[in-house]
Write a protein that binds this ligand. Structure first.
Ligand SMILES: [Zn+2]
Ligand SMILES: [Zn+2]
Length: 898
């Protein structure tokens, strides 16, 4: 269905779709814009244009239409007190990480808080009716506008006003009356300034009319009436009609403050402080002029660089004014906005990474750093985080708890970026033409090079407006639902004995048997689910090899045949297997909490797998685990085991469970049922879980982490064992340790032995050296060392190939010998494995003519190998052991020239 078609249909019958009681009572007039023909409602008889096309558009900048000024914090207090005064419950914001929907990474609107997906249907669950909520929403598709347009944020507070029309709630008349009074009575805007524009909404098979409300060209909110289902030719009223009014809190503040941009009044003193640090006067008239032009041009041009170009022209700004004032101001706005978003996202458990929703966070952090570098701003990110949380905690006190964690994560991520810069520089230097949008995406996806970095390096002058939206699309959640292969139509829900008495032996009736599958009327066989592997055992005489859940029906897969339909059979669950799996499952919960306690609040279960004799838990964490961290996690987990805490299981209504325990219960992912099974280990760990668990943690006996590994950016895998398997593992490990220590002892002894030998030799060296150098002219032998002493002024020669001497001897002894006798040439030959080696020394005098390096070369040639060195010391060798004597003779003749 096309929105335009719905709008044109609804516009033909304004009485039915748009006219509310307020318009009647206050004599609002319905008009059509002379420029764009859109229909709107106003009390101003002189108005001829819709808010987008009026002369007074954005005239509130520098001239706010209210007597009082309200910043972000104060604006929410006004909104909240107004709605509470008018019968609404004020609900705390929901997390910005949307863990209750598998098609969204982040919460993008206040209505998302109350949507739960069951199969293909979206159902609404409101904790109160009517209600108001200050919902922080994250949206990344307009990222290139942030800082530049004055009104786009990567995260903003959506004031959610929601009502279901019944005895508690209300419908269109009261909704519009409240919104009108909020703006006029509570905020003090003149009645004539409020304009309601007709629009429509459609999505998820339903649709309805909506009224957007504007003051001075600024859209403050949009009241959507979810009313119909079907298509335009045939539609009916929904059973559950819903008021979904979303308004921008930032815009309420901006309107009353009249600052040049919305960033100036919504981030408390932070923006002002940063402007001051950068030496910019926030009261400069130029800012008001420029940003008013920007706001107006935004309605006229679709391309952001056109908007900017025209604003510069019509505000008459010089290049110098742009470079010295506007560009740094834009950068500071961007930094303030992006850090605010990171604070919310990290506090709610998201981590910057290169996958899923984490990619947006990494991108933003890199934009912050690039912007600081480009503008040479020396800002302290920790200080900005502190200042923002100090301000935001007025509205969101929960942010105080994660203050340090946010700083830790930002610090780690910034370090990573700095480290990758050198690599990026190289990649960028190789670019030989201006990159296209697809090039930019490839550069970011494969090399982590952000377009902001390219801008900083002056490779591109602007970031193409399609870049962020294209990239966002690439990272949309694309979870595929498993398809049911089996036809189970007409079968009743299987009675689940494992949630009751959980008998390991029971009789059951075969309701259906086909191929290798069997469906029973009741079962104690746990079906694969939530990372827990299925039970095994027997049904009749057949072995159960797999169990799966299809809707509310359990299907058992058997081996070697199936029993007959209609029969009653006796069934036995393999309790040893179940026992192992169960211990591992409860251990997963314990390790998950232990990891969060040791590492930080950002740790969530990413996924888990529980088999009989091994299990793994994947957690969200920024780095690989250190040995110290692993030890601490294991220690904490085992102290939870030792405390023998009871594991209790209770069923709650989903809404009640969420309110009572928060969204941390969704560690195992979303739970698509209205009644939630909460598994709690006192207050150590509380999770929504459908698995089997021990009754007391002591039953687990021991948890042993066997291995950890960083399996993807932002995810660490912990492999572990528990129960008897863990005890066996530790014993085995101890045995291995003993073996290893025996080997180590042997090695040490050997080393000591060699050490002793060396010591002996050292003591022997002076005596040997002394007796050799004292030898008479001619040939003599000392301790298997042959010595040839010549007349003075000629080289002497000394050699040995005795088996009792090894490398250490030759190297140490040769050295000492030539020190004592500078006319000496020493040659030691010894076997080393399958090789024969030679060590040559030549004393200072002898080396003038008989260089060690040359001698080694010749000896090696004889031995069938190669060698070399300097004139004093050289070595070589070869493989031909039979040439040992030839080699020695060769050296001797070379040295003595005989
Ligand atoms: Zn218009
Ligand atoms: Zn679980």
């Amino acid at each position: 269905m096309d929105k335009k078609e719905i709008l044109s249909k609804f516009s033909t019958d304004p009485e039915r779709y748009y006219k509310v009681k307020l318009f009647e009572d206050e004599r609002f007039e319905r008009k059509s814009c002379v420029t764009c023909k859109r229909f709107y409602w106003t009390m101003d008889e002189n108005r001829v244009n819709c808010p987008d096309h009026s002369d007074d558009t954005y005239s509130f900048i520098g001239n706010p239409p209210t007597a009082k000024r309200f910043d972000y914090t104060q604006a929410w207090k006004e909104v909240e007190s107004f709605f509470v005064k008018n019968g609404h419950t004020s609900v705390n914001r929901y997390p910005v990480v949307c863990r209750w929907r598998d098609d969204l990474y982040f919460t993008i609107a206040s209505i998302v808080d109350f949507q739960r997906v069951m199969g293909s249907k979206v159902v609404f669950e409101f904790p109160a009716n009517p209600l108001v909520v200050p919902q922080t929403c994250l949206r990344f598709k307009d990222l290139e506008n942030v800082g530049i347009t004055g009104r786009h944020f990567s995260s903003f507070c959506m004031i959610g006003q929601h009502s279901i029309p019944n005895s508690h709630g209300y419908w269109k008349d009261e909704c519009i009356d409240l919104d009108y009074r909020l703006v006029t009575e509570q905020f003090g805007v003149d009645k004539k300034e409020v304009v309601f524009v007709e629009d429509v909404w459609e999505g998820g098979g339903s649709f309805g009319s909506s009224l957007e409300f504007f003051v001075k060209g600024l859209e403050l909110g949009n009241a959507v009436f979810t009313e119909f289902q079907g298509d335009l030719s045939n539609y009916k009223t929904l059973d559950q009609q819903i008021i979904d009014m979303g308004a921008g809190l930032e815009r309420f503040a901006w309107l009353t403050m009249g600052t040049p941009t919305a960033y100036d009044c919504c981030c408390g003193p932070i923006t002002n402080n940063l402007l001051q640090q950068a030496g910019i006067d926030k009261n400069d008239e130029l800012l008001v002029t420029y940003f008013t032009k920007i706001a107006k041009h935004l309605e006229q041009f679709s391309d952001l660089s056109e908007v900017r170009k025209n604003a510069i022209k019509s505000a008459g700004l010089s290049d110098e004014q742009m470079n010295k004032i506007i560009i740094p101001v834009e950068g500071i706005y961007l930094i303030v906005d992006h850090i605010r978003t990171l604070i919310f996202a990290i506090s709610d458990g998201a981590l910057p990474s290169n996958v899923g929703g984490g990619y947006n966070l990494r991108m933003m952090l890199r934009r912050i750093i690039s912007t600081m570098d480009r503008l040479s701003l020396k800002l302290d990110m920790n200080e900005i985080v502190d200042a923002q949380i100090d301000y935001l905690k007025n509205t969101y006190p929960e942010l105080e708890k994660t203050r340090e964690d946010v700083k830790t994560i930002i610090g780690i991520e910034s370090g990573r970026y700095e480290n990758s810069k050198l690599r990026m520089e190289k990649i960028v230097s190789k670019l030989n033409q201006k990159p296209t949008v697809d090039d930019l995406i490839r550069l970011y996806e494969s090399d982590g090079v952000t377009p902001d970095y390219l801008k900083e390096m002056k490779v591109i002058s602007d970031i193409p407006s399609t870049f962020y939206s294209k990239l966002s699309q690439l990272h949309q959640s694309k979870k595929q639902k498993e398809q049911d292969q089996v036809s189970l139509e007409g079968l009743p829900e299987t009675e689940l004995l494992y949630y009751g008495d959980d008998p390991k032996e029971f009789d059951a009736k075969i309701l259906k048997s086909f191929d290798k599958y069997v469906v029973l009327d009741k079962t104690s066989f746990y079906a694969r689910g939530g990372g827990q592997e299925p039970d095994h055992g027997t049904i009749g005489k057949f072995e159960v090899v797999d169990v799966s859940k299809h809707g509310n029906i359990i299907v058992h897969e058997l081996k070697n045949g199936i029993p007959k339909e209609g029969n009653t059979v006796s069934c036995v669950v393999n309790s040893k297997r179940r026992d192992g799996i169960t211990k591992n499952h409860t251990s997963t919960h314990i390790l998950n909490s232990s990891s969060r306690n040791v590492l930080g609040s950002w740790v969530w279960q990413h996924s888990a797998f529980k088999e009989e004799d091994h299990a793994r838990l994947d957690i969200t964490h920024h780095s690989a685990l250190t040995d110290d961290e692993i030890t601490k996690i294991e220690k904490l987990a085992n102290s939870a085991v030792e405390k023998n805490m009871p594991v209790t299981i209770e069923n709650f209504d989903r809404g009640t469970a969420e309110q009572k325990y928060g969204f941390k219960i969704y560690q195992g992912g979303i739970v698509p049922v209205k009644s939630i099974r909460i598994v709690s280990i006192e207050d150590f760990d509380i999770e929504a879980c459908g698995g089997t668990h021990v009754k007391k943690t002591g039953e687990i006996e021991l948890i042993k982490i066997t291995r950890t590994k960083r399996i993807q950016d932002g995810v660490v895998r912990i492999e572990f064992v528990s129960g008897g398997t863990a005890i066996d593992y530790v014993k085995q490990h101890d045995d291995d340790l003993i073996k290893k220590s025996v080997e180590l002892k042997d090695k040490t002894e050997l080393k000591e032995k060699r050490q002793e030998q060396k010591q002996e030799l050292r003591e022997k060296f002076p005596i040997l050296v002394e007796s050799i150098t004292q030898s008479k002219i001619g040939t003599s032998i000392v301790d298997e060392i042959i010595v040839d002493i010549t007349e003075s002024g000629k080289p002497n020669f000394c050699c040995t190939m005795s088996d009792q001497y090894g490398e250490f001897f030759h190297i140490s002894f040769g050295e000492k010998l030539i020190e004592k006798d500078p006319w000496m040439v020493y040659c030691g030959v010894f076997e080393d494995g399958d090789k024969i080696r030679a060590i040559i020394y030549s004393g200072d005098q002898a080396a003038k003519d008989k260089k060690a390096g040359y001698i080694a070369k010749i000896v090696s040639e004889v031995l069938g190998g190669a060698g070399g060195g300097n004139q004093r010391f050289a070595q070589g060798g070869g493989k031909d052991k039979s040439k040992k004597n030839d080699a020695i003779e060769k050296v001797k003749s070379m040295v003595l020239e005989v």
